[in-house]
Each structure stands twice: as C-alpha cells, then as structure tokens.
Design a protein around this ligand. Structure first.
Ligand code: GYE
Length: 756
C-alpha cells in the first residue's frame, strides 16, 4: 500500500480567528446571542498543536461549534506543542478580556500560576482533552475528555485475549511502546494501562520511547527499536499517526505488520481511529486493533459553556464513552475491571468523522499561528516600567493582529499602566490613510490625548526633532512592514534609532513577520541612488523582519553614531519561520490592499512614474498595471480607469482608460515562487517601443538626471539592461553574487530559521 505524499509549503494566516474573512470582515459585536448578551460570547481556545489527525479533527470540531451564527467568537491559538506558547496564549486571552478560556493542555503540570491569573481575572476556564495537574481544583470550572487509562487497559485486555486465542504464551510476547507526548494525560494513561498489564501477565516490555504523537517520530522510534531488538512481535502505538510511521519502518526493515505473530508478523495496535489511512490499515490487518479516542469535543465544550451561562454548575469531570475496533474476529468482547466491552468491526469510519487529508491540511494553515512581539507582554512591559514611553506605529499596531477585538498597542500599553508620551507616525500617518508621499501633519490622538508626531513631511521621511526626543525615555516600535527596500517604514525606524542612539534612549522593537520574508532578490542599493525610497546597502527584497533589520543596522554600524551604538532590544515573534508565507490581516498602507498586491509589490512598483499606471486609483493597486498607450495590444486586454480614492488622490491617467494586465487572481503560491518577476516591466517596455518612440517609457528625469525607476532598483544597470534587450535571467545573473554576499552578511542578525 503506497504512503501519502508530503505537505505543500504552508500559506499562513496571521490573525487566526477562524471567522476572519480576508481583510476588514463584518464586526462580530453587531450580532447578539441567546443568553441575553449584547455581543457574541468570546472564547479563547489554546490548542496543543497540529501533531496528529486527531488534533486537527478536534480543532475542526471546536471551530465548527463556536461560530458567529451560534453566537460565538472563537480566538484560536495554536501552541505548537509548547507549553510556553500556551501560557502566553492564555495570558493574551486574559489581556483581551475573553468571556471563557478553553485549554487543551499539552502536558499535565505547570499550569497553576497562569490559571490563578485567569481566576483573578474572573474568566472561567474549561479544560478539554488532556488533564491539568493543579494543587487547587477550583482553578478550572470543569473538564471534558477521554479516560486514557481505561483506553490503555482496554487495549492491553484485547492483546491478552487475542494472543491467548492464538495460543501465544505470555512470556513470548515481546512488546515495544511508542509513547505519546511525555507528561500528557493521554500518554500517562495509555502507558500505565500497558505497563500494569505487562507486569500482571508477565509480558516482556522491551522498551518505551516517545513518538510525540507524530508520524515522523513514530517512524524514527520504530526504526531504532528494530535495530536494537530482533524479537519484537507487538508494537503498542499511542496514536494512529505513530502507527502509520511505525508500519513504514517495519516494512522498510523487510518485516510484515499483522496479527499472525506465530508466523513472524509484528502486531501493531493503536489509539484514535480518526485517520483514514489507519482505518484502511486496520481493515487490512496491518493495525490489529484500534482503541477509539473521540475528538469531537466542540459541542461538548459548548454545552458546558451554555450551562455556565445560565448559572448551572456542570460536573467537574465529564468522560466520553469510547469503543474498541478490530477486523480480527477472534475477540468479540474484552473485560476490564469486571466490565465487559464489545469489540466492533472496522467500517468506513469510526466516529462518522473521517476528514479528508486536504481539509485537514487547510486547517494546518489556521494552526500555524504566529505570536507577534506585541502579544508577549511579559517580556517587554518590564522594560517600560516607570519610563516615559514613545511609540513608532500606525494603524497596523494591533495586538496579535486580532481583527475581532482590535486592541491597538497604544491602548494596550496605556491599559497596562505605561506612560505613553508620544506616538511617532510614518508615511501615510497614524491612521494609515494619507496619500503616498503626502505631508502628514502632527496632531493629537482623540481617544487617548497622546500627541502624534509626524515623521513624514515635504514628501520625505524626517528625523525626529530634539524637542520630540525630549518627550520620552524608551521608544517602542510596532509597525507592519512588507520587506521591500523602497517601502519607507524602515527608513523612519532608521532615523528613530539614530536619534535614540544620539540621545541615549532605549529602542524596543516588537517584531512582526515579513510577508516577503521567504526570499532575497534584486540589486543592492548603490550609494548614488540613495533617496527617500532607499537608504541602506541591501537588496530590493532583503527578506528580513524589521527586528532583524534593526539588529543589522546596529551591528553593521550603519548608524552615524557607530556600531551597536543603539541600546536595542527586539522581542521576536514565536512560531515564525522565514519559509512561511504570511497573509496580513490589515492593509500595511492605503495602496497595498490585498495579500496578492503585497507579494506583487516587489515586481510591479517599477511602473511608478513611467508611462504605465500601477493601478493607483483602482481597487487593487500593484496587482494591475496598464496604460492608455497600450490600446490594441492583444495581450493587454484588461481595462481599468483610475479615479481619485482615499490614499490615492489624482492618480496618474485619472479618468483615462488604461489597457493592461490584472494579476489579482494569481495564486499566492504562484506569485511567491516567482520572487521578483521582471517580465511585466520588460514586456511593457518592449510593447511601448512598438507603439510610441517619441516619449521615454521611464517618464521624466529628476534634477539629478536620474529616472525614478533607477532609485527603485537602486542602480541604473537594470534599466540599461532592459533597454539593451537583456532577458530577466541575464539581468538577475548580474546581481546573484551580491545577493549571496548579502545573505552571508545578514546571517548573524537573523532571528528566525532562514528559508534558503
Ligand atoms: O490521541 C493524539 C493527539 O490528547 C487524545 O493527542 C489526545 C491525543 C491523541 O496528538 O492523536
């Protein structure tokens, strides 16, 4: 039987409330619910991870249960199997003031403190799936899940009855146990069920080791067992995914998984019964018995919340009934502690819930929940204690990018007693609506009364004035960048860092993922092309987050104040990797309105100030381009007419029909694989030569005799190469070595696993 294929690169969704639909969904609080609450019931769910199909089914069950239509708003946080992440998630829920916290704890111990904090915040906590081992049981309202020790005992009982039925003596059983996550209730119970039975029956329990409930580790552990022991005849896998991995290893070792132990089979048993493959293996007899573990806790947890909502007190412990399944007829019933249990045959499903792999993988995107720097209050609030604090941020400064509760870093700091004395606003202003390059005047934030000091005027990034610098002691930076050298937020950050270094002020960067952080491409900026759209000797796409770039600015001595002259602290994201393709939940600026546009921006921005519109004044700038000059060009059959809009008043070719191309429906994966795509620019340039030879395609030169496109590329070499008719490959070859050198240079400053 052929094994399933690997998982495609994941496109990650940043704000991972299952309900958020693209950028700017309908506000949930506009819908009430059945418990007389004005607004929806907000449930913060801290899930273990995505380690197994069981876990994904459980996640789906929760998401399906807590929908807006049902009167709920679910904030889903994935812990990646790390307790620290879950503790941070629970603390974020407390900060966000959710109505209920639901916790699926990765392991049993270590929850007392954070549950005490939830108790003090008077937020009821419901434990689901595995247990927590806390000194005071009042730290949580109730629990629902499986009796894992009983599951283990049932399986051991089945092994006993089956092996007796085929005449195998107890001491001829040589068992290895591929355990689950050590310290988790599921592992503790299932392991106990086996080890007690082994002792009672005199079975030879050769070895136990954790496969962490995953297929990969299940395979590794089994391969290792097979190297160390040549008499294994029973493999006890504490979940299906481990069993699938173990069977792979058994077959690769030239052995046969199956119930016919007498004739050399290695018998495999497992738990869950959710994975389609495992059920096929069970029908085949490759897995001889499966103990059901039901993941469908969504409706059960909802039932408990509804009881609490009406003031009822649910039972503290709520166990789920579960069954045993085997395609082997020998054992019809088993007995555990005097109670008999039927053994059922293997149908097409066990819980009526077989989730097709594709759907599960989609859920995985929801899983990969990135913890932003600004969510980790414990790490940065102490740095601001008793300090006058300034913020460099804009509308993207939302805590955890949670578009439902929309708490801005400014409000969160003030709520946590931080003395915020100023907000520095970049290009497009604090609200992020001002036109590109337009003057942003200073003002006062109505809601908080905090002064908003503009860093963008006269169409250029300004350095903060010494008067502004006297208003604070520590600067906190929390702003969403897109990782492109001609996108100006990093330039404002640079000037702020320099001013802080000169004034001896601390800088704290609350880091965020870089949506273009999965690659490095484009020419390095040449000095003579430094401008308001390019300041540092880095490639067009540098692949670094603002936190990483701040470390490089400081470490490379790019500040005029010298190497490491800025007292810089970066609070990194968690669970972020450079290979991740991150989908933003908020427009980082008025003219980057979609995830596609953010990824296309490094390829289409070069049309700025040429005879081609890049779609300013349309619904999707940077994802379309065209020009009135291209009328009649066959392949340029997409038409649009720019009009003045917020953030794009008086766009080029306003009111004129432009003929060109729309890239809006291009898949994110497809765009991401192209990196900087020079074909758009080269084709347009060549077409223009055919239709108009009087005018320069590149627009007007500035007072230094340079075209804007050269500032964007940071060199005139690309433009000249295009004019010479070079291909994209030839042009890219001209800066490949520079990029390789840059990657070496940036390595010490990277905070996240590199993509390439
Ligand atoms: O058996 C396994 C998952 O806690 C019951 O965790 C759960 C276990 C389940 O990874 O597949």
């Amino acid at each position: 039987m052929k094994k399933n294929v690997g998982i495609a690169a994941a496109i990650l969704f940043l704000a991972v409330t299952a309900v958020s639909c693209g950028i700017g969904g309908k506000k949930p609080e506009e819908k009430g619910n059945d418990f007389g609450r004005e607004k929806l019931i907000t449930v913060g769910f801290s899930q273990v991870g995505a380690e197994s199909d069981w876990r994904n089914s459980n996640s789906l069950s929760m998401q399906n249960a807590f929908t807006q239509d049902e009167g709920y708003n679910l904030i889903f946080k994935n812990g990646q199997q790390k307790q620290a992440n879950q503790i941070t998630a629970v603390r974020t829920f407390i900060q966000q003031g959710v109505d209920y916290i639901v916790l699926a704890p990765v392991t049993e111990s270590g929850w007392d403190f954070v549950l005490q904090e939830a108790k003090e915040a008077e937020i009821p906590v419901i434990i689901v799936d595995r247990m927590v081992d806390v000194s005071n049981k009042d730290l949580y309202s109730c629990w629902v899940g499986s009796d894992f020790e009983l599951e283990g005992k049932k399986m051991a009982s089945w092994i006993k009855y089956y092996t007796q039925s085929i005449g195998i003596d107890s001491d001829d059983l040589h068992i290895v146990n591929i355990q689950g996550t050590i310290g988790s209730t599921a592992q503790i119970g299932r392991t106990k069920g086996l080890s007690e039975a082994a002792r009672e029956n005199g079975w030879d329990l050769l070895a136990e080791a954790s496969g962490d409930f995953t297929e990969t580790k299940g395979r590794e552990v089994m391969a290792d067992f097979l190297k160390r022991y040549d008499n294994i005849n029973v493999v006890y896998c504490e979940n299906d995914n481990e069993a699938i991995g173990a069977i792979d290893a058994i077959i690769s070792a030239g052995k046969h998984p199956g119930p016919d132990i007498r004739n050399g089979d290695i018998m495999v048993v497992s738990f869950d019964g959710v994975n389609k493959e495992a059920l096929e293996y069970a029908k085949e007899g490759w897995i001889s018995c499966i103990a059901e573990c039901n993941p469908m806790h969504g409706p059960r947890v909802k039932g408990l919340i509804e009881m609490l909502e009406v003031g009822e007190v649910p039972d503290k412990l709520n166990y789920v009934d579960e069954r045993l399944f085997s395609s082997i007829e020998n054992v019809k019933t088993i007995v555990v502690d005097g109670v008999s249990y039927n053994v059922e045959g293997i149908g097409d499903s066990i819980q009526g819930l077989i989730i097709p792999k594709a759907e599960i993988e989609v859920d995985k995107h929801v899983e990969a929940d990135i913890l932003l720097g600004n969510e980790q209050f414990d790490f940065y609030l102490p740095l601001l204690e008793g300090k006058r604090t300034a913020l460099f941020t804009n509308h993207t400064g939302i805590i955890g990018n949670d578009t439902i509760n929309e708490k801005h870093i400014l409000d969160a700091l003030i709520e946590n007693g931080v003395e915020v004395t100023a907000v520095f606003a970049p290009e497009h202003g604090f609200r992020g609506t001002a036109d590109a390059g337009s003057d942003v005047s200073s003002s006062v934030d109505e809601k908080t009364g905090v002064p908003i000091l503009s860093l963008y005027g006269d169409g250029d990034t300004k350095e903060p004035s010494s008067k502004d610098m006297d208003t604070f002691d520590v600067l906190v930076i929390d702003i969403q960048d897109v990782g492109v050298r001609y996108y100006t937020y990093y330039i404002s950050m640079y000037y702020m860092m320099e001013a802080c270094a000169k004034a001896g002020k601390k800088v704290v960067v609350l880091d965020r993922p870089n949506p273009n952080g999965f690659y490095v491409d484009g020419p390095i900026l040449e000095d003579e092309y430094k401008s308001k759209a390019g300041l540092l000797p880095i490639p067009v796409v540098h692949g670094m987050t603002l936190g990483e770039l701040a470390r490089m600015i400081n470490g490379e001595g790019w500040l005029s104040t010298g190497k490491n002259s800025c007292d810089l602290t970066v609070i990194p994201c968690q669970n972020y990797h450079h290979e991740d393709i991150v989908k933003l939940t908020k427009n980082p600026s008025p003219n980057l309105k979609t995830a596609e546009a953010v990824l296309l921006y490094p390829s289409t921005c070069y049309f700025e100030n040429t005879v081609v519109s890049v779609g300013r004044g349309t619904d999707n700038p940077f994802a379309v381009f065209g020009s009135p000059y291209f009328e009649g060009i066959e392949s340029y059959d997409y038409e649009f007419t720019p009009v003045s809009t917020e953030g794009a008043s008086n766009p080029v070719f306003e009111g004129q029909v432009c003929y060109g191309i729309s890239l809006q429906s291009k898949k994110l994966n497809e765009i991401s694989e192209e990196h900087i795509n020079l074909n758009y620019l080269i084709d347009a340039y060549n077409y223009f030569q055919e239709v108009n030879t009087d005018k320069s395609f590149w627009g007007k030169k500035d007072k230094y005799g340079k075209f804007w496109v050269d500032y964007l590329f940071g060199t005139n070499k690309v433009r000249l190469a295009i004019e010479e008719g070079q291909s994209p490959e030839q042009i890219k070859a001209s800066f490949t070595d520079d990029i390789a050198r840059f990657k070496e240079k940036r390595k010490p400053y990277l905070l996240y696993q590199d993509a390439e």
